[in-house]
Design a protein around this ligand. Structure first.
Ligand code: AKG
Length: 259
């Protein structure tokens, strides 16, 4: 799998590209089922974290057999400890598209499952992924894998096309978790493009692209898997990077003194 020229140019110009049907049904099914097992407590997380929706005690009635309103699982141990998530992170077609964008030598920077539970799934405010990570060069790629149909009603991705060229903007921390949001920049509907996606569609997004997802107002889960890849020649720019900053080899060479 390689990007065609128009897809490559779209990524450079707009800061993102959606590749439809990149993953087949079996991969989507296997990943979704594995996530369901963790949510339901049929499996226990090994070294990675679980975060619940901050304002929801429980799932609303009729929301399926899962046990808790899980907002996300996060940590590179998802990929180190779980073979299903590892297969996704090493998926040939995902890796080769990222290699088109970043070159042959890749490390994983982030692995997370973002799950918007039915009706209680809350928004993710506008932010740039780059703001979380003190990394140079500031051009890592966030891969957002749709596991369910993502719509404007259940919180599909919304992006500000072309705004990745504005550089790193100011962010502030939110009260819960490690979430941050943009300050001093107010994007409205006229600035954003909603990206409805089908299961198996994959979004490749520049880490400086501002983006947002709305609350889930439907009766169904909206689940997505996130993998962020950087060039293996990247460097952490803080002497003491935040504790969540980590890296995991994916492809090509590794370099001394780099991440
Ligand atoms: O999947 C979502 O709802 C938003 C994910 C996101 O933007 C992030 O975790 O950085």
């Amino acid at each position: 799998m390689q990007l065609i020229d128009s897809q490559f140019a779209h990524y450079q110009r707009e800061g993102y590209v959606v590749v439809e049907d990149l993953l087949d049904e079996a991969v989507v099914e296997r990943t979704s089922e594995r996530l369901r097992e963790y949510v339901a407590g049929e499996r226990t997380e090994q070294g990675f974290s679980r975060m619940l929706e901050p304002d929801a005690e429980s799932l609303p009635e009729g929301a399926g057999s899962e046990a808790e309103p899980v907002r996300k699982f996060e940590g590179l141990d998802m990929v180190r400890e779980d073979e299903v998530f590892a297969d996704l992170a090493h998926h040939e077609d995902i890796v080769s598209v990222v290699q088109d964008l970043q070159g042959p030598n890749l490390k994983l920077l982030r692995s997370a499952a973002m799950l918007k539970p039915p009706r209680v799934g809350s928004e993710k405010k506008f932010h740039q992924d780059a703001a979380y990570y003190p990394i140079h060069p500031m051009d890592h790629v966030t891969v957002w894998v749709a596991l369910d149909e993502a719509t404007t009603e259940n919180g599909c991705m919304q992006v500000v096309p072309g705004a990745h060229t504005d550089g790193l903007l100011t962010h502030e921390a939110l009260e819960y978790d490690t979430d941050i949001t943009l300050t001093g920049r107010d994007y409205g509907p006229e600035d954003t493009v909603a990206l409805p996606m089908e299961p198996g569609d994959v979004l490749f997004q520049h880490c400086l692209l501002p983006h947002y997802t709305a609350p889930n107002t439907t009766d169904d889960w909206r689940r997505a898997f996130i993998l962020a890849y950087m060039r293996s020649r990247s460097r952490f720019t803080d002497e003491e990077p935040p504790e969540w900053v980590d890296s995991h080899h994916i492809a090509g060479k590794e370099f001394a003194g780099c991440v």
